[in-house]
Write a protein that binds this ligand. Structure first.
Ligand SMILES: [Zn+2]
Length: 158
């Protein structure tokens, strides 16, 4: 019942994507990861600090008229690995998706160290960050092995 109540908080959308179970306070970072902060024309709504049985409190984002792709959703692993995603078509849930956090975050973000080999544009390499721990998420560059600061990483999206 609590979940239903929360969903009602976010007005029903006809078509689009709902991202639920975002850790409280992370919604803005999620928007940034999805490039939904400035260069977007679709309506986006967010609800922050909603009570959640599972998480204590959580944020919810609703993106109208746009279905996020799995590749976009996988970026969410950086700040909201436990989030649940619903693709909405004609006011009902058409698809449920989850964020995949594997052993490596590949070609999502660039290593934050400026002297890393991946910064050499003459030798383009795939951008690979290894997941060394999931809770809290800890990433190390595959090449220079240095630990990454998640807040900085968000600004290094490819
Ligand atoms: Zn590196």
């Amino acid at each position: 019942m609590a979940e239903e109540h929360n969903m009602r908080r976010v007005t029903a959308i006809k078509n689009g994507t709902v991202i639920d179970h975002i850790p409280s306070g992370q919604a803005l970072k999620v928007l940034e990861l999805l490039n939904l902060t400035s260069d977007t024309s679709v309506p986006v709504s967010l609800v922050m600090n909603v009570p959640s049985k599972k998480m204590g409190s959580k944020d919810i984002i609703k993106v109208e008229d746009r279905e996020l792709t799995q590749a976009e959703l996988d970026r969410l692993a950086l700040v909201a690995p436990e989030s649940s995603i619903a693709i909405i078509r004609a006011y009902s849930v058409a698809e449920k998706l989850t964020v995949n956090l594997g052993e490596e975050v590949r070609n999502v973000v660039r290593c934050t160290f400026s002297n890393c080999i991946t910064q050499n544009l003459r030798e383009p390499l795939p951008h690979r960050l290894r997941v060394t721990k999931t809770d809290p998420l800890t990433l190390r560059c595959h090449y220079c092995v240095r630990p990454q600061n998640l807040d900085e990483l968000i600004h290094n999206l490819l």
